[in-house]
Write a protein that binds this ligand. Structure first.
Ligand SMILES: NC(=O)c1ccc[n+]([C@@H]2O[C@H](COP(=O)([O-])OP(=O)(O)OC[C@H]3O[C@@H](n4cnc5c(N)ncnc54)[C@H](OP(=O)(O)O)[C@@H]3O)[C@@H](O)[C@H]2O)c1
Length: 358
């Protein structure tokens, strides 16, 4: 017998990739159910060449569902994920809503699959910018320890959903085809839908992803800080992030500076990263080989290069990390969690409901 798998947010930038990842998955799947809001209910999507009608998400949607992949925003997960667990499903949640809940494992399978063993029905998938940094840094942490991380991101617009992709394409056309000055382009969504002002992304770089918190960092930046500590199970790692949106459609790039606990020889760092599952070393500057966003699109891997010693700090190392935010940053990491749950015999109903039904 195979599983019934539900995708909540199936019509979105991540949800559509989840369908592709399920098509290519090793999971035994009998049936796929696709869910959305009323806007897309009734629309027909394809799974393995079969037409599947998109259903409206309700409290009763999860009867008979074994695995529910959520990617429809935090409020949708907050409302419906507990009903999915109550109905006997295991939820893999791609939103930020449950990530810091102590009853919820936050998992990058290559890094902390062991955290799945204690799940209570909901597993959180980390933020896209955090996931790729974890894949690059875990092999370094394992061998030499990590004292601090300073990261600057160059993030693709698809990280803000399908509407941000549409907005970017429209703005670029207005500038290139109609001769509009980028300053005069009208923006409705970026830097983020939840803030008061919106700015053009065409020919621009916006140092704001998500809204600001009380300490002048954005939520996206604080996600990188808090999620790193939770995934690596070490609150002593110092993490500061500056998250920047750039006019790239898919694949996030990151300039990562780390200080290790022990001195780490650069050639050994490269070898450790090259040997780590999910990481691909692209580092040959003599031949101009380094990770690039355009090459990462469509791949499940995380590409790491430009690995070099800091000029002054003995334990300081710089690197450049690139991955497809919609795949390893979201859809693939979620389906990979589901595959790992299956391999470990952890796809099963939860005895005690630890999450509030709203
Ligand atoms: N994009 C990324 O790189 C990325 C990475 C990691 C995590 N995430 C997280 O994943 C989630 C989805 O992101 P996205 O980029 O795919 O967004 P998106 O393109 O805007 O898609 C949103 C999806 O959610 C559905 N939805 C909206 N309101 C709903 C409701 N009330 N009930 C049921 N479904 C509803 C939409 O359905 P309709 O078609 O009916 O509107 C659509 O399928 C967000 O929480 C985001 O933070 C995104």
């Amino acid at each position: 017998m195979g599983y019934t798998v539900a995708v909540v947010g199936a019509t979105g930038a991540v949800g559509t990739r989840m369908i592709t990842m399920l098509e290519e998955s090793t999971l035994p799947i009998d049936k796929v159910r696709l869910l959305s809001s009323a806007r897309s209910a009734g629309k027909v999507l394809q799974y393995k060449g079969q037409d599947i009608e998109v259903e409206l998400t309700t409290e009763d949607s999860f009867e008979g569902v074994d695995i529910a992949l959520f990617s429809a925003g935090g409020s949708v997960s907050a409302k419906f994920a507990p009903y999915a667990v109550k109905a006997g499903a295991v939820v893999v949640d791609n939103t930020s809503f449950f990530r810091q809940n102590p009853d919820v494992p936050l998992v990058v399978p290559e890094v902390n699959a062991h955290a799945l063993d204690a799940h209570n029905g909901i597993i959180a998938c980390p933020n896209c910018s955090t996931i790729q940094m974890m894949v690059a840094l875990e092999p370094v942490r394992q061998k030499w320890g990590l004292d601090r991380i300073i990261v600057s991101t160059y993030q693709a617009v698809s990280g803000a959903g399908q509407s941000a992709i549409n907005e970017t394409e429209r703005e670029l056309k207005e500038v290139l085809n109609d001769g509009v000055n980028p300053r005069d382009v009208k923006a409705d969504i970026l830097p983020c839908g939840g803030d008061k002002k919106h700015f053009p992304i065409a020919f621009n770089a916006l140092p704001q992803i998500d809204v600001f918190t009380d300490n002048d960092y954005t939520y996206e930046e604080m996600k990188m800080t808090k999620e790193t500590k939770k995934i690596m199970e070490d609150d002593s790692i110092a993490v500061s992030a500056t998250c920047v949106r750039i006019p790239v459609l898919s694949a996030h790039s990151e300039s990562v500076y780390i200080e290790t606990k022990e001195v780490a020889p650069i050639e050994e760092v490269k070898a450790a990263i090259a040997a780590f599952p999910g990481a691909v070393l692209e580092d040959d500057v003599a031949n101009q080989v380094y990770p690039q966003a355009v090459n990462a699109v469509g791949s499940r891997d995380t590409f790491v290069g430009r690995i070099r010693k800091d000029l002054d700090a003995e334990k300081g190392i710089h690197m450049w990390v690139v991955s497809d935010n919609l795949l390893k940053g979201a859809a693939w990491n979620s389906v990979q969690i589901a595959e790992t749950l299956h391999e470990r015999g952890l796809v099963r109903p939860t005895a005690e409901l630890k999450f509030e039904l709203k």
